[in-house]
Design a protein around this ligand. Structure first.
Ligand SMILES: Nc1ncnc2c1ncn2[C@@H]1O[C@H](COP(=O)(O)OP(=O)(O)OP(=O)(O)O)[C@@H](O)[C@H]1O
Ligand SMILES: [Mg+2]
Length: 480
């Protein structure tokens, strides 16, 4: 599976890594390594701070890796190895590697041998140099811009890591391995691909020639521990009274749109709200890549499918949402509304599937309404815009806005109700608004999520569900 393709793509010269970078040095091609002098000629400039000693150690280790890797390829059958469970594959490889090290009399410290095993295993079985990043749970996104630039997002901040790929071919190999695990292919003829890692992380690959500086790989890390509204309160993303109001909104079967920019926390918030759905309700979720984790027992999870290599077999979000309606759902949850499925979701919301929810990309609640209107206009339904707006006004009850602020923090900035229509305009009423009040010495924004003092339109509904007192108490606390 691996050897052949890699051999074809093997580099002609080896580039020494920057000293602090954790780089897998061996080359999969069973040929001698390029002489260090030639490698140096083609190498990118090492960072000026690179200390000398580690580089020598790295070069020695790199040469040992090449030798061990080549010997390994001759002694094991990768296809057979692939049939073993993942843990056993690593154990097998570790055994063979230590045998090769002994036979070839390489002198390695315990730590060096462990690193050798890790690097070779990561390159053969895993995600190569990305493996340590994927293992970390504090990373939200991994963004690879070609072989020499790997960025991560932690705590809302994007930073460059010292991690490098050996070359574009190694990066493409890893992209290929990721997407082939879900039966897809990425290459020059089909350079865009969505996939998922084994742990559920969402992956997008766009390869050359579309990505000019080498394949761009974006991974939205799947958080094992999903955030809850309590956690969001702890992080300061939302105040306890607003969190309480959202719990009531989730519970009382109110139709909700969650709006926000890229990576602002929409899916996270949607997941939080779904926790307050009653256990008995039949919920159907439709997503492009299954990210939601509903706790309820009665959930059907659906996922769209891109066309296959012959361009056939595509199942769109619209297909899923329409099919949902024939599955006797009580609530429909659409991971991301981005096209004509908006129309079907509105229909569902308007036809007794109360408590349906979805997310949209928009910068404020007003824009969310026009985004939905545009999606429907572009879906070719041939409806007058006033009709579409009426549909939106009748279907959507609450819009919750998530935002990543300029200091990197993620906040709930609006909880807004859709009141109805006034002439041609959809009328909105803000219940909670986040107001920035200043900035502290560290550049952190200071602000408050305030209740506007208006009585929610869903008050009656809260009463119907026995949540009136809880709502009144939450609002009373809101501006204390
Ligand atoms: N309030 C928050 N505080 C801290 N981290 C958060 C918060 N909300 C979300 N995150 C983290 O931010 C990352 C992005 O969140 P999420 O996937 O929900 O964003 P999104 O708006 O759905 O993104 P996309 O537009 O790519 O679908 C995740 O790693 C998530 O755990
Ligand atoms: Mg999302």
């Amino acid at each position: 599976m691996f050897g052949k393709r890699d051999s074809a793509a093997a580099p002609k010269a080896k580039a020494p890594p920057p000293a602090e970078a954790k780089v897998v040095e061996f080359r999969p091609e069973p040929k001698p390594a390029a002489p260090p002098a030639a490698a140096a000629a083609k190498a990118p400039e090492p960072p000026p701070t690179a200390p000398e000693a580690p580089r020598e150690v790295d070069e020695r280790l790199g040469q040992i890796q090449v030798a061990v890797f080549n010997a390994l390829l001759e002694s094991i059958d990768l296809n057979e190895l692939g049939k073993l469970p993942a843990k056993q594959q690593r154990e097998e490889l570790a055994d063979v590697i230590s045998e090769i090290v002994n036979i070839k009399n390489f002198v390695l410290s315990g730590a060096e041998q462990q690193r050798l095993v890790d690097d070779i295993c990561n390159d053969i079985l895993g995600l190569g140099p990305l493996e340590p990043l994927v293992a970390r749970d504090d990373i939200a996104d991994i963004m690879v811009n070609g072989p020499n630039k790997v960025y991560i997002e932690t705590k809302g901040r994007i930073e460059l890591t010292p991690i490098r790929f050996r070359d574009g071919a190694q990066l493409m190999n890893i992209c290929q391995r990721i997407v082939s695990a879900v039966g897809r292919r990425v290459d020059e003829s089909s350079p865009i691909c969505d996939a998922r890692l084994a742990d559920g992380s969402r992956v997008n690959v766009i390869a050359p020639p579309l990505a000019i500086d080498g394949a761009a790989l974006t991974i939205r890390k799947f958080k094992k521990e999903k955030l809850t509204l309590e956690k969001l309160v702890e992080f300061g993303s939302i105040t306890p009274p607003c969190a309480e109001a959202l719990k009531i909104i989730g519970h009382c079967r109110i139709n909700v749109l969650i709006s926000g920019g890229t990576g602002s926390g929409k899916t996270t918030l949607l997941n939080c709200l779904t926790r307050y759905i009653e256990t008995g309700e039949r919920v159907i979720t439709c997503e492009d890549a299954a990210e939601l984790q509903l706790q309820q027992p009665h959930v059907v999870r659906l996922e769209t499918r891109p066309p296959n290599l012959e361009g056939k077999g595509q199942v769109t979000m619209r297909d899923l949402v329409r099919n949902c309606l024939r599955m006797r759902p009580e609530r429909i949850i659409v991971g991301e509304v981005r096209g004509p499925e908006a129309f079907d979701l509105l229909q569902a919301m308007n036809t007794g599937h109360d408590g349906s929810m979805g997310t949209v990309h928009a910068n404020n609640p007003r824009e969310a309404v026009s985004r939905v209107e545009n999606m429907i206009a572009m879906g070719g339904f041939n409806l007058p815009s006033s009709t579409v707006r009426e549909q939106i006004a009748a279907a959507v009850q609450v819009i919750v806005q998530a935002q990543r602020l300029r200091d990197g923090s993620r906040k709930i900035t609006h909880v807004t109700e859709v009141l109805g229509m006034e002439g041609e305009v959809v009328t909105l009423q803000d219940l909670f608004i986040y107001e920035v009040e200043g900035e502290d010495a560290n550049g952190k924004l200071i602000g408050r999520l305030k209740w506007t003092g208006l009585r929610p339109k869903f008050w009656e509904r809260a009463r119907y569900f026995g949540k009136e007192r809880a709502l009144a108490a939450a609002l009373e606390q809101a501006n204390v």
